[in-house]
Design a protein around this ligand. Structure first.
Ligand code: IMP
Length: 430
């Protein structure tokens, strides 16, 4: 029996939705452990499209438990809206199939405002956040002044916690010439929705322990990608959580040995939304083409994604950082019409070749990719379900990529359709 963690190995948007959906059909329990409603997963099941942001992918399937772990930041209003939206499509969402960690931290309206105020004031230095309040909410968590789900239980406690957090926020707001945030309004707004949130609240670490004893299969569903990890990503152009597989343990309260297989979702090229270094970015016609063929627009913010060649150096690095056991390669068909395809195999930095991305942002901006060039296959791979049926040049590209990143490619996705997958190894069946 294996529990599987699914993680994005690039800058997010690797096509996790389809793979997570396939794995969640086999899992008993699906768990989100970091991030918030900055994520966006689109699932198409029996012809119905579900857009999930905060709810784990298991929610749309019968007889699955979905868990929002303590590592997630929860905007309670966004969550309630999402629950209503899903319910309107005939899906049951109740305490029998959804659990929220009592120690999960809340995103409140002043977090969203702070995100916007700072992004607007930053000019060229902006991060390009999703403006959902993710960063400010995580700051309050580590600053030990956050409001957590369990704080909604008692008015007295909530009052005290709000006083603490607003003292901090109002000092900054005053400094920025913004209006003071009033405690009473937010308190009464929170108390109104408290029962709707508290009915899902449980000690997640304990529930996961129970499910483990019952030998239930657990799928840990990562959001964003490793290059957006606050420690290991392209800091400061990152999100504010740890997106690596290890966060599945801390973000739920199970030991690292509860995760038996880490599947890295990896696009056959590279994309990024928001600002920050991107060594293999293509600002030419090919980049445009990849964006159009790959429909590269953000699920949450509709922003155009930046596109570039596959960066083998970065993926090899994220595989090592996150302990990835196998790769699910996605969107291969987007490369079908290209004459030639490149893989970045090293960087040049001030006259020397290096085999990793340095941590300093000014160096990350300076590195020049060294490419290995492959002939395109110029024929459709869309819908292929067997490796042998791929064009020879596609096989050569995939094998070269696998060798370079030093990790097995365990599946290849050839279209958004669920069955259009070349399955080499099923992580739940190992
Ligand atoms: P934040 O998470 O909203 O603070 O945004 C920080 C950075 O992470 C920005 O560059 C966002 O574009 C990026 N980001 C956040 N969530 C996602 C995601 O789900 N996919 C891709 N990029 C994301």
């Amino acid at each position: 029996m294996k529990n599987v963690a699914v993680i994005g190995s690039q800058w997010g948007d690797e096509g996790k939705g389809k793979i997570v959906d396939w794995l969640s059909s086999q899992a008993d329990v699906v768990v989100r452990f970091q991030g918030g409603h900055n994520a966006g997963h689109t699932l198409v099941i029996d012809g119905v499209t579900y857009k999930l942001r905060l709810l784990p992918s298991g929610i749309v399937r019968k007889n699955k438990i979905s868990i929002i772990g303590n590592g997630v930041v929860v905007d309670p209003w966004a969550l309630l809206d999402e629950i209503e939206e899903i319910k309107s499509k005939g899906i049951n969402v109740g305490p029998d199939n959804l659990i929220i960690a009592e120690s999960a931290n809340l995103i409140l309206p002043f977090h969203r405002e702070m995100d916007e105020i700072r992004e607007d004031a930053a000019g060229k230095a902006k991060i390009g956040t999703t403006r959902r309040g993710i960063g400010p909410a995580y700051e309050d968590k580590v600053g030990r002044r956050s409001i957590r789900v369990m704080d909604l239980v008692s008015e007295k406690n909530l009052d005290h916690r709000l006083e603490t957090v607003l003292m901090h926020h109002n000092a900054i707001r005053k400094g920025l010439g913004k209006q003071i945030y009033q405690k009473d309004k937010i308190k009464s707004d929170l108390l109104k929705i408290a029962p709707k949130i508290l009915k899902f609240s449980k000690p997640v670490w304990k529930k996961i322990d129970e499910y483990k004893s019952q030998k239930k299969k657990i799928l840990f569903e990562g959001a964003q990608g490793i290059l957006l990890d606050v420690d290991h990503g392209t800091y400061p152009f990152v999100t504010s959580s740890n997106t690596v597989a290890g966060a599945a343990a801390t973000g739920t309260g199970c030991g690292p040995n509860s995760i038996n297989y880490v599947l890295g979702i990896t696009k056959a090229y590279t994309t990024r939304v928001g600002e920050g270094p991107f060594p293999t970015e293509l600002k030419d016609k090919i980049g445009e083409e990849l964006g159009i063929r790959g429909n590269e627009f953000g699920t949450v913010t509709s922003r155009k994604r930046r596109c570039g060649w596959f960066d083998g150096v970065l993926v090899r690095q994220t595989i090592k950082i996150s302990g990835i056991d196998g790769i699910a390669l996605t969107k291969l068909d987007v490369l079908d019409e290209l004459d030639e395809i490149k893989i970045c195999i090293a960087y040049e930095l001030e006259g020397s070749q290096i085999d990793y991305l340095p941590a300093a942002v000014d160096e990350q901006l300076k590195v020049k990719p060294v490419y290995k060039i492959f002939k395109g296959w110029k024929s459709p791979t869309k819908g292929i379900q067997k490796f042998e049926q791929l064009p020879d040049n596609a096989k050569i590209y995939i094998k070269a990529l696998e060798k370079f990143i030093e990790t097995k490619i365990s599946s290849i996705s050839t279209s958004p359709e669920r069955n259009d997958t070349i399955l080499i190894e099923d992580p739940f069946k190992l």
